[in-house]
Design a protein around this ligand. Structure first.
Ligand code: BGC
Length: 399
């Protein structure tokens, strides 16, 4: 499929600006450079929401990138609108359907046609702890939400900022994903966010989940609003704060700062969510582009799905390979746990899509959810009861 007139350049839209993110992406750039492809970043600062707005504009203008980081439900929308390309021949040759969890294939294929590749599996329900601070306050692993609160209290008593939070809507919403899982368990999470069962969304357990979220707010420093997620990670890395609740891209920051798993920092499942993996994935959607750019697109897809790349990239990114046949040899203790957790959760029905990250519901519904959570978190919605009412209203309107 390589012709003399082929354009030897890959354009990729993404929102990876932090140290860990850039280091991971470099590995992909290097892989393509070895095959003679130049790399053109289409970098959108400000996270996924801003990136999806920029992507929509490029697609509407008839000028899509070769590929774009595209959360699952957004990829489905583009596929249904006929905007994605077709890399099925490569997928069949490489047998991707046998190594990628079926849950992810729902987002990377449309009617059996492959149009996206998953670089990884990230998960939301983790906490990241500065070990020296933990030792100083005499803390131990919190196994339940109440133990988590007790640990945060210990930090407060020792005059350490207990919870490093980046107060942006998506960060608050993804923390709420974990809080809901912890408060209600996996079946409750599925009923609420996958089935969107109204009585579940209005239940005492959901009320408790909002109460628990409000409780966490009392452990942040006053300057959390608007803070970037990696600035919050840096607070934990430096020991200015005890803990951050964040997806495992946070691990990429510890790594980029040369911090060692288990020695400099600790990582646990969000208390009360052991056994469950609330996932999202860095999916690269392949757009429908002119014929002379398609060889580059195939090269990108092939490089992204190679076993050695999936190992190297995810070691640096903090995530888990999307391919289940990648050995965990090169991963640190938390990476090994992440890989084992995904396999176990997938087998036990506890591998569930993140509501905040658009892996449980389409983008409009995820957006409505995020909006209610952040308005509650910032005190515009004043009570847990009101938050439940608003949530049901917003989700129904977005359906
Ligand atoms: C992406 C990660 C990224 C994080 C923060 C998530 O939605 O899946 O790859 O590191 O956002 O930018």
């Amino acid at each position: 499929m390589n012709h003399a007139a082929d354009v030897k350049e890959v354009q990729m839209l993404h929102w990876w600006t932090s140290g860990g993110e850039a280091a991971a992406l470099n590995l992909l750039k290097q892989g393509l450079a070895k095959q003679g492809y130049a790399w053109k970043d289409v970098l959108v600062e400000g996270g996924g929401e801003a990136a999806m707005t920029a992507l929509a504009a490029m697609v509407a203008a008839g000028n899509p990138p070769t590929a774009s980081q595209t959360p699952g439900s957004f990829a489905i929308d583009y596929a249904e609108a006929g905007k994605l390309g077709d890399i099925t021949s490569l997928a069949i040759r490489e047998g991707w359907d046998k190594v990628i969890p079926k849950a992810l294939q729902k987002f990377t294929t449309t009617n059996g046609k492959w149009d996206a590749v998953p670089l990884n599996i990230h998960s939301i329900n983790w906490v990241w702890i500065n070990k020296a601070v933990m030792d100083k306050i005499g803390g131990t692993e919190p196994k339940t939400f109440d133990e988590f609160v007790a640990l945060l209290d210990k930090a407060k008593t020792a005059s350490v900022i207990p919870l490093a939070l980046g107060g942006q809507a998506w960060q608050e919403a993804s923390m709420f994903d974990a809080v809901v899982m912890s408060t209600g368990g996996p079946n409750f999470y599925k009923k609420a966010f996958i089935e969107m069962d109204e009585s579940t969304l209005k239940s005492d357990t959901m009320k408790k989940a909002f109460d628990n979220l409000a409780k966490l707010r009392t452990y942040t420093d006053p300057n959390y609003a608007g803070r970037g997620w990696n600035d919050a990670t840096a607070m934990v890395i430096k020991g200015d704060a005890l803990v951050q609740v964040m997806g495992d891209w946070a691990k990429g920051e510890f790594k980029a700062a040369n911090k060692v798993a288990g020695k400099d920092y600790l990582c646990y499942r969000f208390p009360g969510t052991d056994g469950s993996v609330i996932y999202n994935s860095d999916m690269i959607a392949m757009f429908n582009i002119p014929a002379d750019r398609r060889a580059a697109q195939f090269a990108l897809a092939g490089a992204a799905m190679s076993k050695s790349f999936q190992s190297a990239f995810n070691v640096v990114k903090g995530s888990v390979p999307a391919r289940m046949d990648v050995p965990d040899t090169d991963f640190d203790m938390y990476g090994k746990k992440g890989i084992a957790d995904v396999k176990a959760a997938d087998a036990s029905g506890q591998f569930v899509g993140s509501m905040a990250e658009s892996y449980a519901q389409p983008p409009a519904i995820a957006g409505a959810y995020t909006d209610v959570v952040t308005r509650f978190f910032h005190g515009e919605i004043k009570s847990s009861d009101a938050a439940m009412t608003e949530l049901v209203k917003a989700l129904n309107a977005a359906k």
